[in-house]
Design a protein around this ligand. Structure first.
Ligand code: NDP
Length: 301
């Protein structure tokens, strides 16, 4: 059965740093946003530790998520957030229609889309049973500082950047590229010339396992094995933008290039080129919250 609702002024889709920051700014500008969250937690909640969010020192990802959530509830109210996973979003005459998988409908005059992007998993046996696999060097690299060796998987720009970042922290970084490198020439050249990075082309990880010395044993193709302290997957991200195809221009990977519909705003990691950092997402959310409030002021007169 389809349930319809009255018109909200502003719905924010996504409850990570971008969405919550957008909602706080919009609320303080005089509107009363409703935040929709999916069934999965924000990516920040699943991050082990965060040590570069200005003013917070070294903090667990879950704790940071709780603090953002609690700040949001203090400003916007506990009742202004609900689980509602949007599967369809469309422009209608007075605003937007949002639908979830159960056929429930919400209407809003303005929408901020801040659903983030999930790192692609390697999908190899052992990946889910260890904490020594990460997908963000800037977030987790520091915890391996001074270690003998790390591995990075991927052959694109992200993998090059991750390898270069990690090479400043540990003695040796092994860059495992399953086929050929597709990164920009300039980035790859810096990697090739870096004394601490060894590039292994045509190399796939088949399985991984933590041994008794807390090393990660990587089973590679060609019957090879590599032992490292940690592995960083850098094989791309998947943004949750399928429902907004008619509202924003997307690139070939589904990242937002720019919002198209009037009254529709995007924030945070749904944009492909924003470094995927919580503090940047929060700042971008603030920008979207201010812009949405300015838009609503005009629309509501
Ligand atoms: P890309 O899609 O460019 O590269 C993904 C890499 O991961 C490829 O080498 C791919 O190999 C490999 N890969 C994919 N799946 C697997 C797997 N299961 N196992 C092993 N390897 C795998 O992703 P990026 O995140 O690097 O970049 C995304 C976009 O962001 C690009 O447009 C990039 O230019 C941009 N970017 C730009 C930066 C900059 O300009 N400084 C920094 C970071 C990103 P294969 O080729 O075999 O498919």
């Amino acid at each position: 059965m389809t349930n319809t609702s009255s018109m909200e002024n502003l719905v924010v889709v996504g409850s990570g740093p971008a969405g919550l920051s957008a909602a706080i700014y919009a609320k303080q500008a005089g509107f009363n946003p409703l935040v929709l969250r999916g069934s999965e937690s924000s990516l920040i909640a699943t991050t082990d530790r965060v040590n570069n969010y200005l003013g917070l020192g070294d903090i667990g990802g879950l704790e940071l998520h709780r603090r953002l959530q609690s700040h949001y509830e203090d400003v916007c109210g506990k009742d202004r957030s609900k689980i509602f996973e949007v599967v369809r979003a469309e422009r209608i005459a007075e605003g937007f229609e949002l639908e979830n998988g159960q056929g429930e409908i919400l209407h809003a005059r303005a929408v901020i889309w801040a659903t983030g992007a999930q790192p692609k998993k390697l999908n190899v046996p052992g990946e889910e049973s260890t904490e020594a696999v990460s997908y963000c060097a800037t977030c987790d690299g520091d915890f391996y500082s001074g270690d003998p060796a790390l591995a990075v998987v991927g052959g694109g720009d992200s993998a090059m950047e991750e390898a270069l970042y990690l090479a400043e922290l540990v003695d040796q970084v092994h860059l495992l590229v399953r086929s050929t490198v597709r990164a920009k020439e300039e980035l790859y050249s810096r990697v090739q010339n870096h004394p601490k990075i060894s590039v292994m082309l045509d190399t796939s990880v088949l399985a991984l396992e933590e041994n008794e010395s807390m090393e990660l044993e990587l089973q590679l193709d060609g019957d090879r094995q590599l032992n490292v302290s940690g592995l960083f997957g850098a094989i791309g991200h998947v943004p949750n933008t399928e429902p907004i195809r008619s509202l924003a221009e997307l690139d070939y990977q589904g990242f937002v290039v720019k919002p198209l519909a009037t009254g529709f705003f995007c924030a945070g990691d749904v944009f492909g080129e924003n470094h995927r950092q919580a503090i940047i997402a929060a700042g971008d959310g603030a920008r979207a919250g201010i812009e949405a409030a300015e838009y609503l002021r005009v629309v509501l007169g």
